[in-house]
Ligand binder design. Structure first.
Ligand code: S3P
Length: 184
């Protein structure tokens, strides 16, 4: 399948980039966190609180399996911890081109310091937690990715234009540079 799948740490911009890419490429965008919330009819932070993280991780794998059933080419943004399960790598690869949006811990902190929706960062020292998690996850993201794209120091327009070039070079999309509004 030739979906574009966005992976990376919390706050790297997967959801926003996903929405922007969906306009640009005229593809439906799906977000694994949103699909889980819809399926379970409850917020992610409540899933963590009532059922625990491992139940949430099971749901992520189930959603990846559900996504295999669609024949439509989509943009898929994923939760930051989803690639940590090895079996999810195979499911991601089957879905299409996996793009890792790479970000520094300092930038994550800058973006998420006032966020209350990420259960894993509701702790005493979120910056240390970000550093610790990112150090563990970075090699796994790299392993899962077909394309690695650095977002630090770039605004959204730079991220989008750079990413479209990489996606075209990889043969995953064609004609991605048309104007967002007019299609020209
Ligand atoms: C998580 C990231 C979140 C969400 C959940 C767990 C993680 O998604 O799936 O809170 O383990 O990194 P975002 O990456 O979209 O914030």
């Amino acid at each position: 399948m030739s979906n574009v799948i966005l992976i990376g740490f919390m706050g790297c911009g997967k959801s926003t980039v996903g929405i922007r890419l969906s306009y640009k490429l005229r593809r439906v965008v799906e977000d694994t966190d949103k699909l889980i919330e819809k399926k379970a009819d409850v917020l992610i932070k409540e899933i963590f609180a009532t059922k625990g993280e491992s139940a949430f991780r099971e749901m992520e794998t189930e959603i990846l399996k559900d996504l295999q059933l669609s024949k439509e080419e989509k943009i898929i943004s994923t939760g930051g911890g989803l690639p940590m399960r090895k079996e999810n790598h195979t499911l991601l690869k089957k879905l299409g081109t996996v793009v890792y949006l790479r970000i520094s811990p300092e930038n994550v902190w800058e973006r998420l310091k006032n966020d209350t929706t990420r259960p894993l960062l509701q702790c005493e020292d979120p910056l240390s937690k970000i550093k610790e998690l990112l150090a563990m996850r970075a090699p796994v993201y790299e392993e899962a990715a077909d394309i690695i794209f650095d977002v630090d120091g770039k605004d959204m327009e730079e991220v989008l234009s750079g990413l479209l070039i990489k996606l075209e070079e990889s043969g995953c999309i064609t004609g991605g540079k048309e104007d967002e509004n007019t299609g020209n």
